[in-house]
Every structure is written in C-alpha cells, then in structure tokens.
Design a protein around this ligand. Sequence first.
Ligand code: CTP
Length: 403
Amino acid sequence: MSVLSGKKVLLGVSGGIAAYKTASLVRLFIKAGAQVQVIMTPASKDFVTPLTLSTLSKNPVHSSFYNEEDENAVWNNHVELALWADVFIIAPATANTLSKMVSGNSDNLLIATYLSAKCPVYFAPAMDLDMYRHPSTVAAFSTLQSYGNTMIPAESGELASGLSGEGRMAEPENIITFLEKDIESKLPLRGKKILITAGPTYEAIDPVRFIGNHSSGKMGYDIALAAAHEGAEVVLVSGPTHLQIKHDSIKTIRVTSAQEMYDACHNYFEDVDVMIAAAAVADYRPKTVAEQKIKKSETDFSIPLEKTKDILFSLGEKKTKQFLIGFALETENEIEHAKLKIQKKNLDLIVLNSLNDEGAGFGKPTNKVTFIDKHFTIEPLELKTKEEVAKDIITKIKNHYNV
Ligand code: CTP
C-alpha cells in the first residue's frame, strides 16, 4: 500500500505547458488512495481545463478567491484549504510562481494558500533550460528550500521550445515515487522495530479439541497497522484468527499455543525497541495432550491443567532498552490490579480494559481503556474505536521517543 493512501493532497497548478501532465498526476494520486483537491492559477487554465482536474480529483477545482460570475459567491477560504492538506505540491511550478512563492506576492489563490500552509510543501519546477539555469531561478530554488520546501528536480529532455536539456517537469510517475520515498524517509517511527502479540492462543487437549478464548485479535492487528503507517518495522506474532494484514513493513508470524508465542517473542525481543502484548494468552494448558481423540466413556471428566509461561513477565525480566506495553483486563479493583501488573511485569505502560464499561472488550469494534504509565499517571480515555485506541498507543510511543 502506498504511503500516500488516505493522505490529503493539495495540488497547486501554475501556468506552463507541463500543466497538461497534471491530469495523469491527479489520476495517480487517486490510484494511490489519496484525497485530492486542486488549486489552479488563472494562467494554468489555458493549458488544462478545470473540468478535467475536477473530474479526475472528484472535487471542485479552486482558482480564485471567489466566483465572480456568481453573485451569491462565497469567499474561497485559502487558510482552510491549506490546513486541510497533509501534503501540498506545486506542479508545475513556473518561474513566475516560484518567484511569487519566494517574495510572498499573493495575488492569486495558489500563493495565498501556499503562505498559509503548515504541511510539507513540494514544488516541481518546469521551464525552459536557460530559465532553469538562470541565477534568479537557482536563487529561488535555494530560498524555497531554506523555507523548508522540498524541490522535485526537473528532468532532462525535449522542451516545448524545441530545445533539449534540463527543465522538463518530472514525469507524474516519478513525482509520485519521489513523494512516497520522501514521506517514508521522514515518518516518525522510521528505524524503530516493534514486536506485537495479538489474538488468542489455543491449548490442545487432544488432536481435535483445545482450550481457547474469544479474542478476535483486532486490537493487536490495528496497533500493527498504525505502527507501520508511522514507519515502524513490525513483527506481529498472532494467535489463531481469521484476520489478515498486508503491509510491506509487517512480518506476521502465526502461532497456535502460548509456548509457540513465547518462543516467537523471545526470538525477536532482543532486537526490538518496543514490545506490545495485546494477545489474550491462555493462562493454563492441559498438563498432557492426549495422542488420540478422547472418547466419552466417563460420566465425569476433568483435565489437569498447568500454568503457561507468562510471556510478558519473561520479557520484562529480559528488558534492556525496550519500551514495554502490556494490556490488562480487569473486572474489580481495576486500577490497583493494573498498577501491580506494571510492577510485576516491569512495564512502561499498561492499557487497562475494564469489562465494566459498555462497549469494551472481546469481539467489539470499540474499546474503553485507561492508560497507566510506570509512574502511575492515570489517563482514562473515552469510548473509542479500536483503530483510535491503536493510534493513541502509537502516540504514547512517539512521545516516549520525542518524535
Ligand atoms: N500475558 C502474556 N502471557 C501470558 C499471560 C498474559 O504475555 N501467559 C500478557 C497479556 O498479553 C497482557 C498482560 O500479560 O498484555 C496481562 O494479562 P492478564 O491476563 O490481564 O493478567 P495476568 O498477569 O495473567 O493476571 P490475572 O489473569 O491474574 O489478572
């Protein structure tokens, strides 16, 4: 999945022949899963029509501060547009637009929006080769970069003037690749390795029966995805669940029993920065597993159980640099029990689920959790979807690393 998926992309189109290529660019953004809004300078409309770009972006195109033909026209709020965007890309960026960006000459909606933008800004210059090399243009490139904007360099090739050389706007495919790589390289959890357990464990009684629980695995899977979206490299150790996850940065290890989950976690733990134990691990397992299916010959039947290893506890003992997050599901004396668990398992943070809260727990899409950190700071959250709770947990990790 592209890192652009779900991103709000604002595309500023200025008036150069390369503007015709923005039709492909918008299409590629949409294909990557981005939401797109387009701002056009008045001159750019000579090269590509607003109808083309509004059709492809599935949004009205913005080009002036208000619609002069509509007497009920409302003010086109450039501040709102700028704040809406996760990414602002100006392509093509002509010499004229670049110089206005440098000087702040906001005589059109594109520049006014540029001046209001707080998100990362990219610009893809397009002009003739002599213009591209002119000291004034070169100075504009470096000034804009000193403002924190990122340049997507022009490519070499045949130019509209008939000359050949540097100045041609980067091809739409290359702009997309450039953005994806740049955004990925700046993700806050880039370089961090996170180990996550998810789902239930099944403890075999005989070849066909097991002891298990109702955990769906959703919480752990949502955390894995949220971590990967922020650039982390994730190892997801999952008990039996129908859930699947596809992401280049998530390696899923499927296990069945608590012992297999224990072994998998210990294989990876030393190397990771963060460990999150979201699995509902069975606390007990049958002492022996019958080799053959057990027949119903007895009236009464009992299975001797023994404790499974506490995975999180064992990792807490081994912990060096790792930020360790555990979950607790309590029904009484919740806060006190959770605090004891923090100490016993050497945790940095515990996510307390209370079954007393409506909407919380197994098989539900929502969760009502309270964060308690190792200093016993208590932070109750309102009822949220599991995706939102996952994002909150990732925020805690980002805060820990100050990113
Ligand atoms: N956990 C684990 N391995 C186990 C049992 C639990 O890694 N064998 C982890 C869970 O993934 C969770 C945390 O420990 O993050 C808390 O588990 P919980 O079952 O609430 O607490 P227990 O320590 O088992 O204590 P009790 O059942 O007595 O409340």
